[in-house]
Design a protein around this ligand. Structure first.
Ligand code: ARG
Length: 713
């Protein structure tokens, strides 16, 4: 028995950490990962990946518009990211006449590049650990609110100390649920211009049907350029700005790769919940996600109806539709995967082991953690359902627009003429911004559909909605009729109407505006918590922090990495196939080819149409230097890197740190990956860089862009 236990302990000790699992901090690579990475094929030193003293790989990785990742691939500031990351900017720059989303766009030179209204890239300068500094100010007697206030005061100081008089943006974030703290120093550039994009029939080939699926055939890339002032500093848009000379840019590899080759990804994963307790998973599967999925689909159906009727409406709503559709499919995939893999059950086993550990002498601090966490989830199931319906309702623009303008307008109306004149420009800009590309018939319909859903499916709904629901009989018709009148009687019905009102205002009418009242009702409900609920949250936060802390003490030999939270991480693994799949024509199921793309081609289809020119190139086998040595034109490929939303657009690098692809998706079988990593199932779907270059060169005829790159042949 003794030996048995000893061998168990030894086994735990010598088992290598899952090479492919983990989103690691760059400053920890040397200590935690380097030897492992070297064994797998890395040829760079840790210093070549991350250095604060000289340029390194990290200088070529940017966060793209706060939600995606991108990489610098030329010494003239060329930025490569996904098509779906550039989508919003491309749609914004498109009109029904010049529809770049549908037809693609390629600037012939710098002066033809297009500046979208707002688009930024964020460079990473350095990071450091401030855990000791912050934790030394905290103690177990504090409430969560006191704790938070103390942390925030210290964070403000750390930001101040490191921003070099405003030159940098400093962000301090908590890791391991408030057990560690790191600060990150960034430099933001706000003049970023569109250089090129394939048409959606390439960049979004396969649409929502293929989204989150493998085998995949999507040319999911777009190209931008960062501009700076003549000294290389960030500057707002100006004609005199010049392409940025970056500290470092990636070398692009034409050499291809094979199965089991080393592959690493640097980027900004948005959010994972790998520490999520069993109760949280069960709550999501049963209450939160079903509501989210149902409400998303409700919005999508209404949007689609209007988008199909009018090309301008389609462009105006394309990006927001794609965003909703993406997570609609993701959340349904999560429900299915979490159920199928019994993730809650396996987490629950870990928690039983933890409870046993916590009941040992010396671990009393942790004894109550699991009961508090389980109790919390039992009490909040209905609340989570309610909150998901309500947050999808609040994503409809007319649910929040009156609220957002309301306070500013009320303030404005209270001022004297001089002060009003001073406030006017800002208010006008805000109004223009909020009404930009809005289509009221669609908005009214969506709002009616969401109000009906919310008032019938959620408990404890906002008071005004509850009252209206009774009066309107909770039917579609009832809500539509109500909103017809409400819009007619509201100054928010259109921008023109609002401007006319402001030219001749009446504070009394404004106060009783039906859409303002509704909007305020919804937002007030969204923020409302009973004292009891606040106490639950407080107890949960503390228990969850102790759970993570305790689990790390319980397993002292395990290498841990913190959950994703939109900070720069590195993940490494290899190119690797999934089991053979007859839907994939390639010899091995780790890549797809242009032949497979053409096999999916459906002329005129909204998702599977292809440009004629691409089919011609395929038929002539005119692949130039971009074909694989086996003759096929590669399109997408798989690695076992550990990524999530936010990593979109991240570079996939070989052992020399050369660019071999762009990460753009995950597979549906692995949707549980947000809460548990499964190395058998989880794959990262990437665009082969050779497909990207082929499209730029052969399809778009933009050889001048290829000339900018540093190629490794
Ligand atoms: N699933 C991808 C991601 O979350 C987005 C793909 C966008 N494409 C689409 N058909 N909606 O990064």
């Amino acid at each position: 028995m003794k030996n048995f236990i000893l061998s168990l302990i030894l086994a735990a000790f010598v088992l290598p950490a899952q090479a492919d699992e983990g989103m690691w901090f760059l400053m920890h690579i040397e200590r935690l990962n380097y030897r492992d990475m070297q064994k797998m094929g890395l040829q760079l030193t840790p210093d070549e990946i991350y250095s604060v003293n000289h340029s390194s790989l990290k200088d070529a990785i940017v966060q793209f518009n706060r939600g995606c990742t991108a990489e610098i691939i030329s010494d003239t500031g060329l930025v490569l990211t996904n098509h779906h990351c550039g989508y919003d900017a491309i749609a914004e720059l498109s009109t029904a006449e010049n529809d770049y989303l549908t037809n693609g766009f390629w600037a012939g030179n710098n002066s033809e590049e297009l500046k979208p209204k707002s688009l930024s890239v964020r460079f990473f300068v350095r990071m450091d650990d401030v855990s000791k500094r912050i934790l030394s100010l905290l103690n177990d007697g504090m409430t969560e609110a006191e704790r938070e206030a103390t942390i925030n005061r210290e964070i403000a100081k750390i930001e101040q100390e490191n921003n070099e008089g405003g030159k940098y943006t400093v962000s301090v974030k908590s890791f391991y649920s408030g057990n560690e703290f790191y600060y990150f120093v960034y430099q933001d550039y706000n003049d970023v211009r569109l250089v090129g994009t394939p048409p959606a029939s390439i960049g979004k080939f396969g649409g929502d049907t293929d989204n989150w699926e493998w085998p995949r055939h999507t040319g999911d890339f777009s190209l931008f350029r960062v501009y700076a002032d003549k000294d290389g500093n960030p500057a707002e848009y100006s004609e005199s700005n010049v392409p940025l000379k970056p500290k470092y840019h990636l070398t692009t590899s034409l050499k291809g790769f094979e199965e089991n080759d080393f592959a690493m990804i640097l980027g900004y994963p948005g959010r994972t919940n790998r520490w999520m307790p069993a109760g949280g998973i069960a709550q999501n599967v049963e209450f939160a996600y079903p509501a989210y999925v149902e409400a998303s689909k409700t919005s999508m159906d209404v949007m689609k109806k209007y988008m199909d009727k009018d090309q301008q409406v389609k462009l105006d709503y394309a990006s927001s539709y794609a965003g909703i559709a993406n997570y609609w499919k993701n959340r349904q995939g999560m429900i299915d995967a979490l159920k199928q893999h019994k993730t809650a059950e396996s987490k629950s086993k870990d928690e039983k082991a933890f409870q046993k550990w916590a009941s040992k002498k010396g671990n009393e601090k942790y004894a109550n953690v699991i009961p508090v966490i389980n109790g919390y989830y039992k009490k909040t199931n209905e609340i989570s359902r309610h909150n998901n319906y309500l947050s999808l309702l609040l994503r409809t623009r007319m649910a929040t627009l009156p609220y957002r303008l309301g306070n500013d307008i009320e303030y404005y109306l209270q001022q004297n003429e001089a002060k009003q004149a001073e406030l006017q420009p800002k208010l006008d800009a805000e109004i223009n911004d909020l009404y930009e590309g809005i289509y009221i018939p669609l908005e009214k319909d969506i709002l009616a559909a969401q109000l009906k859903l919310y008032s019938t499916k959620a408990e404890n709904v906002a008071p005004m909605v509850a009252k209206l629901a009774t009066e309107n009989n909770k039917t579609d018709m009832g809500w539509n009729n109500y909103l017809d009148t409400a819009f007619k009687n509201s100054v928010f019905e259109s921008k023109e109407k609002l401007e006319a009102f402001l030219a001749n205002p009446d504070a009394e009418t404004f106060k009783n505006d039906p859409l303002l009242l509704l909007s305020r009702d919804l937002l007030t409900r969204y923020r409302y918590k009973t004292e009891e609920e606040k106490q639950w949250d407080n107890d949960y936060d503390r228990a969850f922090r102790l759970l993570v802390q305790g689990m790390r003490l319980q397993n002292p030999d395990k290498k841990y990495y913190p959950d994703a939270n939109s900070t720069l991480r590195l993940t490494y693994g290899k190119v690797i196939a999934l089991p053979a799949d007859k839907r994939n024509d390639a010899n091995k199921n780790y890549y797809t080819t242009l032949k497979g793309t053409v096999a999916k081609y459906q002329p005129g289809d909204a998702e599977f149409d292809m440009p004629k020119k691409l089919i011609d190139l395929y038929e002539k086998k005119d692949f130039g230097q971009y074909a694989d040595k086996d003759g096929y034109l590669p399109v997408n490929f798989l690695t076992d890197n550990d990524i999530t939303g936010g990593n979109s657009g991240s570079p996939v690098l070989n052992g020399k740190g050369e660019l071999i692809g762009i990460a753009f998706d995950g597979n549906i079988e692995a949707m549980a990956g947000d809460v548990i990593f499964d190395d058998q199932l989880q794959r990262c779907i990437n665009v082969d860089i050779r497909y990207v270059l082929f499209l730029i060169d052969k399809y778009a005829g933009a050889g001048h862009i290829i000339d900018e790159l540093t190629l490794a042949k």
